[in-house]
Design a protein. Sequence first.
Length: 342
Amino acid sequence: MSQETHIGTLLADQLDKLFTRQVDPAKLVAIEAGLPIIDIWSAVEQQGAALALAGGDIGAGLSWQETLPMLRTLGWHGAPVPLAETLIGASALTAVGLDLPEGPIAISTAEFELDDHNRITGEDQLVAWLPQCNALVGQAHRNTERCLFVVATGDLRPRQADSLARIPSASLTLQHQPVTACAALQGQDIVADLAIVRAAMISGILDRVLALTVDYANTRQQFGRTIGKFQAIQHHVANIAMQTAQAQAAVIFACQQRDCTNASHAAAVAKICTGGAATVSASAAHQVLGAIGITQEHELHLLTRRLWQWRAEAGSDHYWAERLGRNVINAGGPALWPLIAG
């Protein structure tokens, strides 16, 4: 095991202990209602987790494969903080030589226009965690150039936006908004990166959905025996297990591809596989748990709402399937087999 791999695993273990100690279903509900995340975020920063992907002198410079255990742990615990977004933002900013803002970072997946005076124009209907972040990072076009920009959220006028996950979110409409800093992108695509991260988080949360479903099937009794003895329930549990394994394999492949700078292909494979797994698994889990799974007293709905949200963010599985198809067609027939064989 390399030192870097050890660091990634160690950070994942520290995150798991922190979230286990400080976050429970009641805390997730409170965060959805607007409870500040300052205490939890401060602990995350002290662990160094927010700079795991960032390079240079300030970050750990871990690879995507080495960071994957952290992302899966974040998913398992329902992502109570914008750590995923901050990981991407910090990595992108350090890659183009921009200074990092203090505190958590929100990511916009919309395409903005940047003028010659470094002012951006555009809109984003849903930016997760924006109300609790200090900075917004996004991509913009200036003529034929693609740029990365950062804006202090205190300079914005966001509007509250509702989401399936109920994570604090906002919408934005910007007209000639001055940016704090900007720089030309060096081939990065934060939308593809966010898609990979969301896929990794989906794979982590699917693990927990599977565990909850198995536990309920083995304890809930009906007609004198546990419901896990019924073939229909076994079929649902097996289906969730199969989808979870598929999602895990997809994100491992995606992180390997991302480390080879093949972000678009990595995002497409990860989002297509995990988006479908999220749809099937959420449905099957609610079939097993029945009405109790949507009550405030049970945590299943906290997890499945995030599954539904994350499968749509940074491009749905349908979006990435179309994008992958176009790339394959444009590459031509001779390139198909090498793409499949890796």
